[in-house]
Design a protein around this ligand. Sequence first.
Ligand code: SF4
Ligand code: SF4
Ligand code: SF4
Length: 301
Amino acid sequence: MSDNNRDQAALGKVGMMRQIQPEYYVMRLKAVAGDLTARQLARISSVAEQYGRGFVHLSTRQGIEIHYVHQDNLEPARLALAEEGIEMGACGPRVRSIVACPGDETCRWGVIDTKAMARELDARYFKAETPSKFKLAVTGCAHNCTKANENDIGIRGAIEPKWERSSCTDCSLCVSFCPVKAIGRRETDDSDGFQYEVDENSCINCSVCTSLCPTNAWVVGRKGYTVFIGGTMGKVPRFASVLKRIVETEEEVFDLVDKAFTCYRENGLKKERFGHMIDRIGLENIKEGLLEVTVQHKKQR
Ligand code: SF4
Ligand code: SF4
Ligand code: SF4
């Protein structure tokens, strides 16, 4: 590696990428869950004016980039940002800034506290070295606004619905508004005469039924997180696979994430994305290993 290339790798670690224009760089800033304070935005604006060309670029991962920073100004610009608590993002083969939607803090569909989870993931993994780039996203419900299944690890809020006969008026609305037609009605021999049921294999745990039933006959039976592994876009896209459909505790989510992350670091080839590693080794083998280890881990406590 030439000195120049080594410099580029070092700069990439701290979120600075060389532009095609000689001597100019992009400064990629970190914004966990896409959050920045108004004061931080004001500081970013003034740094873009002073050291860039007076504009910023919004990345697809909730980040802000300042373009056209001359190489001689990288350090003063970084220091000016750091004064307001703005950290640099990441490039290259490491964990990138954690993406999250607003979740249950402000969104009426939110099932989980996405931002708290994103901050914890950031504290545990941000900038950790990996065989290729590694992206994590947290999304509050099945609307999937932050596209959990396009990430190496995606976490999505999930509910499991439960039907309560005493509240049901047999209007059949839920059969039509379930987005995947997982709800069915069948005649029964008992005094009720009918029953509404969910096909668990089709249900995407989305909370549409529990939100829209006019008499609240669908209630939340279980609530938690769906954990996805192996999603990626890029040159060879791959939709993520479900590792576990409903994880009920945050502790187990972090346990699974840690196992998946370690598995990738130990088995991934250089420049191989996690999803492509999963395809090479076999999804069922990977899932079995991760879920088995998690169970053993829990038993030891
Ligand atoms: S994914 Fe759900 S909780 Fe998050 S912003 Fe979208 S609708 Fe709201
Ligand atoms: S929408 Fe609610 S009340 Fe109507 S059939 Fe479904 S569960 Fe019963
Ligand atoms: S949670 Fe969503 S997918 Fe599952 S039964 Fe209810 S509406 Fe259908």
